[in-house]
Design a protein around this ligand. Sequence first.
Ligand code: CA
Length: 229
Amino acid sequence: MKKILIIEDETSIAELEKDYLELSDFEVEIEENGKKGLSRALEEDFDMFILDLMLPDMDGFDICREIRRVKNVPILMVSAKKDDIDKIRGLGLGADDYITKPFSPSELVARVKAHLARYESLTSVDPMRNDEIKIRGIRIDKTARRVWVNDEEKAFTSKEFDLLTFLAENPNRVFSKEELFSTIWEMEPEGDIATVTVHIKKIREKIEYNTAKPQYIETIWGVGYRFKL
Ligand code: CA
């Protein structure tokens, strides 16, 4: 049974979420205190977190960031304000999804199921095979450093491969050009971060059907890029 932790200080909302999730056979625990919720999130085994943004003692932004430092499981953020969604996106906290109050409990359940299913398919790895990432039409063989798009092999330079692989391994997370530059080029972002833009363009030409409407690597204006699941 999948175990979910709800960090939410409004008891009525937390209970409503819990009731609906339990009807769908999830095991659910509620933590009303942000700091305590964070420490439980880090210490115990949960398959997913539902995290309220406004908590009295610690805000959801910090909790999300701290959880993401050590855990890869899905995080769904809940907010009372629509404006917060842009902020969540902009900060690149690593939240997988966001929902605004009031929301329908069945929508919440549907999203939880979808995220858990995606996470499971991403993490199920056969150790005897080459280490592969498959996302829709793209298959990246990390062992052989080869890439297929809709079963057609495409040639990638070393840095293009590294960049694509890094984004695909961290789907739904927004990375700034600076972050990508320092990660892939392994140096401080004082060099030319326009290199990142150029590489993204070349990667898109190889993987996207229509580079004007990218299906895989999405531009988050003013922030950076995200690999869409
Ligand atoms: Ca709250």
